[in-house]
Design a protein around this ligand. Structure first.
Ligand SMILES: Cc1cc2nc3c(=O)[nH]c(=O)nc-3n(C[C@H](O)[C@H](O)[C@H](O)COP(=O)(O)OP(=O)(O)OC[C@H]3O[C@@H](n4cnc5c(N)ncnc54)[C@H](O)[C@@H]3O)c2cc1C
Length: 463
């Protein structure tokens, strides 16, 4: 008999006034008892709509049935037959707009906590099972994977399992893409990402870091001189946008990517690391997406007294996940809504000392369907901060497209690919993730990596 409680079992988390001073994980995960109880809320319904809400089609009711029985190992096997990164997805996937949105239980009450259960199963496996992966027999073919974010990890993993010799080239000194340089430790512990990367190494994937493809080696050199049979480009969308307002070049103005990279990848929050980061009293983060919430929550943890989100529309139009907005508010982040920066103020020594903004009103809907913000004349005011973090979007870096012939991109600089195979406009070269879609999600990037791996396999088998 299903448990008909209308609410999910709550997941324990650190209290807001404690967690906003440390970088440890906010949500602490279910115990086995909590997971088994939550699993009994799944109706295992006939049409299983949750599966169609998952971009990698995890067989959700099947794994939840195993959790309810207490067979966590079997639950893990079900999940990982289609999703290679469950500990990551269980933490950062926007389940509320994917699998959980389709859950029948969400019609009246809360959806089954699919993400929390996935996270529980993955964490249980990591804590309890020591399985060394066998290196598959090699098929003699080689693939270069550029970038090491979720699209590349998924592509490399699937190819390595099929016997391809895969080399992954990463520009940074550490593999993992946004999972290590962008998403903060308090949402996704880096030890979890490292375990996934270690698993790839066990499968024989070679990981070459500090390798900026397009500078150190070109894509053509990888294919023509080094003899790779195919290439996958998973270089993400890491090029930040700025507003083009006066004062953006002042000391104390960062892009969110730089700010988060200094903190997460280069550990500016740990005293033993010498990564410089501004010791700020007040921080304004411009933008209303998940990246803005991460930057603001990091700023608070670094000790800033006042941290503001500055967003030009209202809360209803904010693209950030509700959960992230909720966590940010609980941690003391103040929301300056319906206001738009017009300049960063200079203290006379080239340092930022305030953010001048205009109040906004919402007008008619624009092309995105959201109501267009309209400035209120003469409503200028100053947000009293010494640091400004611009988090208004990113696009793919042009380096690879400008150093490789025949790779078409669209007007946003994203690679043009065949939707079914993820092949680019050049034979043997595939692309996926944010480099194709623009900034999107981990699970979509992974799905693209898997699609490309299957297509590369087919291409090389027939070549
Ligand atoms: C701060 C932040 C928070 C986010 N939070 C979430 C979230 O909670 N949930 C969610 O689903 N999504 C989230 N996202 C989005 C998600 O992380 C991305 O959609 C996803 O990581 C894209 O994966 P990818 O493999 O395409 O690229 P990326 O993860 O961007 O990885 C690309 C890698 O390629 C490397 N690279 C780039 N150019 C080169 C080159 N020329 N040579 C070699 N290497 C190169 C980069 O250094 C990088 O490591 C977040 C993004 C950010 C920035």
């Amino acid at each position: 008999m299903a448990n008909m409680s209308l609410e999910k079992i709550k997941m324990p988390e650190q209290a807001p006034d404690i967690r906003n001073k440390n970088f440890e994980e906010v949500a602490m995960g279910y115990t086995a008892e909590m997971a088994m109880e939550e699993a009994t809320r799944c109706l295992n319904c006939k049409h299983k709509p949750c599966i169609s809400g998952c971009p990698v089609n995890v067989r959700i009711p099947e794994f939840i049935t195993e959790v309810a029985k207490g067979d966590f190992l079997e639950a893990y096997r079900v999940i990982t037959s289609t999703n290679a990164l469950p500990a990551v997805c269980g933490r950062v996937c926007p389940q509320e707009t994917q699998c959980e949105q389709k859950c029948v239980r969400a019609i009246k009450g809360e959806a089954v906590a699919i993400g929390r259960l996935e996270r529980f199963v993955a964490d249980w496996y990591m804590a309890n099972v020591e399985e060394k992966k066998e290196m598959p027999a090699q098929n003699g073919k080689t693939v270069a994977v550029i970038g090491s974010g979720p699209s590349s990890l998924a592509c490399a993993g699937d190819l390595a399992k099929q016997g391809y010799s895969v080399t992954m080239y990463e520009a940074f000194h550490q593999a993992g893409g946004v999972l290590v340089y962008g998403i903060p430790e308090f949402r996704l512990p880096k030890s979890i990402v490292q375990k996934e990367i270690d698993g790839l190494a066990e499968l024989g994937v070679k990981i070459a870091t500090n390798m900026v493809i397009g500078k150190v080696l070109s894509v053509d050199e990888l294919m023509d001189d080094m003899g790779f049979d195919a290439v996958f480009i998973g270089t993400g969308a890491g090029l930040p946008s700025f507003m083009g307002i006066p004062g953006e070049a002042l000391v104390g103005v960062y892009s969110a990517n730089e700010y988060l990279t200094r903190i997460n990848l280069m550990k500016a929050y740990i005293s033993e690391y010498d990564t410089p980061i501004r010791n700020s009293k007040g921080v304004a983060v411009v933008g209303g997406g998940n990246v803005a919430m991460d930057a603001a929550r990091c700023a608070k943890r670094l000790g800033a007294e006042n941290v503001y989100i500055v967003y030009r529309r209202s809360e209803a139009e904010m693209p950030a996940r509700l959960e992230e907005v909720h966590h940010a508010k609980e941690e003391g982040i103040e929301f300056n809504l319906l206001c738009n920066p017009v300049q960063v103020l200079d203290d006379g020594n080239g340092q930022a000392c305030g953010l001048e903004c205009l109040r906004m009103e919402l007008g008619e809907p624009d092309a995105s369907g959201r109501r267009r913000p309209v400035a209120v004349e003469g409503s200028n005011f100053v947000v009293d901060v010494d640091t400004v973090v611009m988090s208004i979007g990113t696009s793919p870096n042009p380096l690879i497209r400008s150093t490789t012939k025949g790779l078409e991109t669209n007007r946003k600089g994203c690679f043009v690919v065949n939707e079914e195979t993820n092949q680019t406009t050049r034979e043997g070269i595939y692309a996926g993730g944010d480099a194709v879609t623009g900034a999107a999600t981990v699970i979509l990037a992974m799905g693209a990596g898997k699609t490309a791996a299957a297509a590369i396999d087919e291409y090389l088998q027939n070549k």
